[in-house]
Design a protein around this ligand. Structure first.
Ligand code: SAH
Length: 232
């Protein structure tokens, strides 16, 4: 079957470098968003930014799969680093993701769990293995780790420590965990890549403003190398 690759970001800055590399595309307005369709090196691609947070990213991921018929999803963006080995601009790919703000612990359930769901959702091992090949070819360090997602820009040590306590997370952001739910339910191989923009501490908003754009470019360029490898 021919592949159709969805490439998603949350913010305009996260997909701008991707659209630049693709060059020519058709813009379609659908469900309150713009979807950019292109044929890139003979492969069909759909690019979109969802807007920030779990709800908007759920809508966009589901739309790319159900309406635009994408068969693989790659997410590119920025994240707050938790693991101290992660510095600004470093790349991390999620091995599994959780929703750190999903809390019905009042009923004895673990954080991030609701009946019928699971605390973690695994990403595609095949896509991670392609990413490792790309990283070694580019001589770039690619960290694999747990990403925790929630509807909150974290800029606080205590909240950070809590997320580590519950999920042993290496990085956190606001969309990956919900995209994971959609792709897992619809059986779509997916990949969540993030470049670090801040370290989710009290300086996070300043660091984010300074480094978001450069980190978004680092992630986007890596994802496009992934696309090259996938369609090779
Ligand atoms: N400055 C933006 C808001 C950015 S929200 C504005 O004013 O519009 C942060 C975005 O980057 C989210 O899409 C999230 O996925 C990611 N992110 C980066 N660092 C983060 C952090 N410390 N906590 C949560 N999300 C973070």
């Amino acid at each position: 079957m021919m592949q159709k690759i969805a490439i998603m970001g949350a913010m305009p800055e996260e997909i701008a470098p991707i659209l630049e590399i693709i060059g020519e595309y058709k813009s379609t307005e659908y469900a309150g968003n713009i979807y950019y369709e292109a044929t890139y090196k003979g492969c069909e691609i759909v690019v979109a930014y969802s807007k920030i947070g779990k709800v908007f990213s759920t809508l966009t991921a589901a739309t790319m799969i159900e309406h635009f018929a994408c068969t693989t999803l790659l997410f590119s963006g920025v994240a707050g680093g938790i693991n101290p080995s992660l510095k600004i601009g470093d790349l991390i790919v999620a091995t599994k993701l959780s929703q750190h703000d999903l809390d019905i612990t009042a009923f004895g359930h673990p954080m991030g769990y609701v009946p019928g769901g699971s605390v973690f959702i695994d990403t595609s091992k095949e896509l991670i293995s392609i990413a490792k090949t790309v990283a070694s070819e580019l001589e770039k360090t690619l960290k694999e780790g747990v990403i925790a997602t929630g509807d909150q820009f974290v800029h606080n040590e205590t909240i950070k420590e809590n997320i580590v306590k519950h999920f042993n997370a290496d990085a956190l952001e606001m969309e990956g965990g919900s995209v994971a739910v959609v792709c897992d339910a619809l059986n779509i191989p997916f990949f969540i890549l993030r470049a670090i923009s801040d370290t989710a501490d009290t300086d996070a908003s300043f660091s984010f403003d300074e480094f978001m754009e450069s980190s978004a470019v680092i992630s986007a360029e890596f994802v496009m190398k992934m696309v090259d490898k996938i369609i090779e």
